[in-house]
Design a protein around this ligand. Structure first.
Ligand SMILES: Nc1ncnc2c1ncn2[C@@H]1O[C@H](COP(=O)(O)OP(=O)(O)OP(=O)(O)O)[C@@H](O)[C@H]1O
Ligand SMILES: [Mg+2]
Length: 248
């Protein structure tokens, strides 16, 4: 399998073509790109909230749309797959604005929605990615309202099954302000991290979302500030340090 050079800063993980062999380091997955370095730094920080437990299920949410949840959760999943022996599962639990299938170049059909609706089994919908160590559950195809299939009970059953199959799970979820799904899902994971798009999302909106979570007794384990390279370019851009290191 071959993957285009990917980077959190460039915003997407796009598979170029499917092959059966493991990716060679020249295809981006193992490269020292700024995006991989940033994802690795984030992964190391996230390890500190794991409390030494063998298994870990992490949910990524934000206050509003488009703050980078899918981009960041896919990169955390990639970093997890690089760092762990046991496979990582990336779950696209955003049934309204799914993105995971695009990021990993997979069909959207046969995923969370079908499992919640009881139309398919969990095992039938786990998809291979371009590396053995990373499996993907796309959002699936919803021909009806998410409220018809998504509730505390169906979500709980889904997450119990996911946890029985995978030690490491990254859940890409919808934002907190528009919908309540992340509140339901947050109760079913070990840790919740919150993405804030710097320079874009208003402080009062972030505060409102964190208040909503606190009001539901959901602890946020960390805040990931996205878009920092646009807000403070000198902080991240290698060219500000005279680096040519990443260019070969
Ligand atoms: N760090 C980044 N650098 C550059 N582009 C980014 C970054 N993070 C996100 N983007 C881009 O911003 C857009 C929104 O990102 P993404 O889809 O990951 O956000 P989201 O929070 O999952 O959105 P939604 O609420 O719609 O699910 C995408 O086009 C993505 O490529
Ligand atoms: Mg998303």
């Amino acid at each position: 399998m071959r993957v285009e050079k990917n980077s959190v800063r460039n915003g997407s993980v796009i598979t170029k073509e499917k092959e059966t062999q493991r990716p060679s380091s020249s295809y981006g997955y193992y490269d020292d790109t700024p995006g991989n370095a940033e994802a690795q730094r984030l992964f190391v920080k996230l390890e500190t909230i794991r409390n030494g437990s063998e298994k870990h299920c992490l949910l990524v949410t934000s206050a509003m749309l488009g703050e980078g949840k899918s981009t960041i959760s896919s990169h955390i999943a990639l970093a997890s797959s690089r760092n762990r022996r046991s496979p990582t599962l990336y779950v696209d639990f955003d049934l309204r604005r799914p993105k995971g299938h695009k990021l990993f170049n997979l069909e959207k059909e046969c995923g969370v929605a079908e499992v919640l609706a009881g139309q398919k089994s969990f095992g039938e919908c786990v998809k291979d990615s371009f590396v053995d160590n990373l499996k993907i559950m796309t959002a699936g195809e919803l021909n009806f309202s998410p409220l018809e299939v998504f509730n505390s009970e169906t979500a709980r059953r889904f997450m119990e099954t996911a946890r029985s199959h995978f030690n490491y799970i990254i859940v890409d979820s919808p934002p907190v302000i528009p919908v309540s799904d992340p509140l339901t899902l947050s109760r079913l994971v070990d840790n919740v991290v919150f993405v804030v798009k710097a320079g874009a999302t208003q402080r009062k909106i972030v505060k409102r979302a964190l208040d909503v979570m606190a009001g539901s007794k959901i602890a946020v384990s960390g805040i990931i500030v996205n878009n920092m390279d646009n807000v403070l370019p000198c902080y991240f851009d290698p060219k500000y340090y005279g680096y040519q290191y990443y260019s070969y």
